[in-house]
Design a protein around this ligand. Structure first.
Ligand code: DC
Length: 221
């Protein structure tokens, strides 16, 4: 069984998907982490986004592996565990840019489909319900207002001891939304058969319970 969760940056996809995976005993597949790993490679190797040959070349030299250690997804870039490094803001912003490149998307597609073919997965990203897993049994489009998403991100950074600028976070989110929704290949949009969930006024437990119930009802069909 496959659950697809799509939505904009900061909607809470990974938090929700991890909890649903735990409750249902599914594998959680974070596709954003794969794009982030490629972005990290581009940053570390100064790959220009304007140079299609350099991008093709980089894609040939990148090996992404997904492993599960104690049930948690770990991403390896050319043999190195980059799961923590890829969480930096700068890497997320670059990921949104590299994700618009066809060579990059082609590279990750089969990896994502193969994992879903072999396991019960809950996979989150931007194009999972529309493109990667069009036959997923459950599809959710998870979103929240820009203000809510920026405030959540702000609170998260404050809790880590940082002093972020909320206006800058809001501007970054708006820019990422624009890039992810307006690119030519596999842009972020709600699949026709996806359920729209605006979590601005819902807490995490409510969203998790909703998706778990939906899945249990579906598997009992
Ligand atoms: O979900 P995230 O913030 O980790 O994703 C980082 C970027 O990767 C996001 O801005 C767009 C891109 N992405 C994508 O294009 N398709 C996916 N399935 C997942 C992420």
């Amino acid at each position: 069984m496959n659950i697809a969760i799509d939505g904009p940056a900061g909607a809470g996809k990974s938090t929700i998907a991890k909890l649903v995976a735990k409750e249902l005993g599914f594998l959680y597949v974070d596709t954003g982490a794969m794009y982030r790993s490629i972005a990290l490679y581009f940053i570390e190797n100064n790959v220009s986004l304007d140079d299609e040959d350099a991008i093709d070349n980089a894609c040939d030299n990148i090996n992404i592996e997904i492993k599960y250690e104690d049930g948690v997804q770990q991403v390896y870039l050319n043999g190195k565990n980059v799961s923590l490094e890829i969480r930096q803001e700068q890497v997320g912003n670059m990921a949104s840019k590299v994700a618009a490149k066809k060579a990059v998307r082609d590279k990750l597609l089969s990896l994502q489909r193969d994992i879903a073919a072999d396991n019960n997965v809950i996979m989150d990203g931007r194009d999972i319900g529309t493109f990667v897993l069009p036959n997923a049994e459950i599809k959710i489009y998870l979103t929240a207002s820009v203000k809510t998403r920026a405030k959540r991100r702000y609170d998260e950074l404050v809790s880590k001891g940082e002093s972020p600028d909320i206006n800058k976070i809001e501007a970054d989110i708006e820019q990422r939304d624009y890039q992810d929704m307006n690119r030519e290949i596999a842009p972020l949009k709600q699949a026709d058969d996806a359920i729209f969930l605006d979590t601005s006024d819902m807490n995490i437990e409510q969203v998790v319970a909703y998706i778990c119930n939906l899945t249990k009802n579906k598997s009992g069909d």
